[in-house]
Ligand binder design. Structure first.
Ligand SMILES: Cc1ncc(COP(=O)(O)O)c(C=O)c1O
Length: 368
């Protein structure tokens, strides 16, 4: 491909010597699990997020499962979430024995629509789980107000949006609990699996710490059934090398998004929207096109990579067939799933790359 979708090597390349030194430091220390690197990462993320206590875990999926578990959400409970997300969001709800209840999305931001969520609240509802999808913050003012009105918990899935901001503040500072993923392709990555749980208070963080460690505080007394889900120190040390670059990487993504708009991509596809006062970090750069296949072909013919996220919304996935949803139930998510396409986006994308992508897209025609 002349223009790849992402370029992880280009992002890590300049930091190679620091990464090597960080790895060597952990090897020399002999502390691999729940050691100083993990604690230091938890402390710096906490500092950024209004002092909220943070707990490193093995991946973003475990972070969600443990978060729901820590809020005592389980069988008989319903959690309202978006159908337009990576499967892990809904899977985590099902994994703790609760039922995901899918509500439609906002057509501009692709995040959970608070009014659609309101319509799904029932006697078994325990929590609302918005996802800051593709790097755009969900409408947290409306979602937290709705949750307060009905006495519901809020769990933020921040896997795709480290650094994104709603008008009222940075994501992960709104809910009772929030989760991150450090999967290597995320906007704030690691070099393997990793995750983080951000808690509203110390009591909840203590519970999360216990859950990540077999339900025990001390490996002697086992108080509940937990998990073996820790962020290891090698991973934490590498993520700490990346941490000072997070805001710069996000800014460079936003710059690339601005270049796409300036170069006239909007004539050939519907560009991603940004809600007033919000900061989008463009984990993925999603455009829409009524004939997505034609756009994909035009791009690939010119050596430009693209990818479909998420072609089948969660309510229509076979695993959730038993929940009784049918096509047409959540029309905005379904329409988005049919028309959305990810174009190249990463911090090292150049203005020339962007021009190539736009030139390729233009061969698919002008939007009517
Ligand atoms: C929205 C969302 N939630 C959860 C996850 C799960 O994260 P992980 O792959 O680290 O388990 C991912 C990414 O993979 C994601 O994109």
């Amino acid at each position: 491909m002349t223009v790849p979708l992402m370029d992880i090597q280009a992002q890590y390349g300049p930091l190679r010597a620091q990464i090597d030194a960080a790895i060597a430091g952990v090897l020399d220390s002999g502390r691999f699990i729940l050691g100083p690197e993990g604690r230091a990462l938890e402390a710096s993320v906490s500092e950024r997020l209004d002092g909220r206590p943070c707990v490193g875990v093995a991946n973003g999926t475990d972070a969600l499962v443990i978060a729901l578990n820590a809020l005592d959400i389980g069988p008989g409970d319903e959690v309202i979430t978006t159908p337009y997300t990576f499967y892990a969001t809904a899977e985590a709800i099902a994994r703790v024995g609760a039922t995901p209840v899918f509500a439609d999305i906002d057509p501009l931001t692709y995040c959970l629509d608070p009014e659609a969520a309101r319509a799904k609240i029932g006697p078994a509802t325990r929590a609302i789980l918005p996802v800051h999808i593709f790097g755009h913050p969900a409408d947290m003012a409306a979602i937290t107000a709705l949750a307060r009105e009905h006495g519901l918990a809020v769990v933020e899935d921040c896997a795709q949006a480290f650094g994104a901001r709603a008008p009222e503040g940075e994501i992960a500072t709104f809910g009772d609990i929030a989760t991150f993923s450090f999967f290597p392709t995320k906007n704030f990555p690691g070099m393997g699996d990793g995750g983080m749980v951000v808690c509203r208070d110390e009591a909840l963080a203590e519970r999360v710490k216990r859950l990540r460690f077999h339900g025990s505080k001390d490996k002697v007394v086992f108080e509940e059934v937990g998990y073996n889900s820790r962020l290891d120190d090698l991973q934490a040390a590498i993520i700490r090398v990346f941490y000072p670059h997070l805001d710069d990487w996000n800014a460079r993504r936003a710059q690339a998004a601005a270049w796409y708009a300036e170069a006239g991509l909007g004539e050939h596809a519907t560009l991603p929207a940004v809600a007033p006062g919000a900061t989008h970090i463009y984990h993925l750069y999603m455009v829409r096109h009524p004939d997505r296949d034609a756009l994909r072909e035009a791009l690939s013919g010119a050596g430009v990579a693209s990818a479909v996220y998420y072609g089948t919304p969660m309510h229509l996935q076979p695993v959730f067939a038993g929940l009784g949803y049918a096509e047409g139930d959540l029309p905005i998510a379904e329409e988005t799933a049919r028309t959305a396409l990810a174009l190249p986006m990463h911090p090292n994308l150049t203005r020339e790359d962007v021009a190539e992508v736009v030139a390729a897209a233009s061969t698919a025609g002008v939007l009517s």
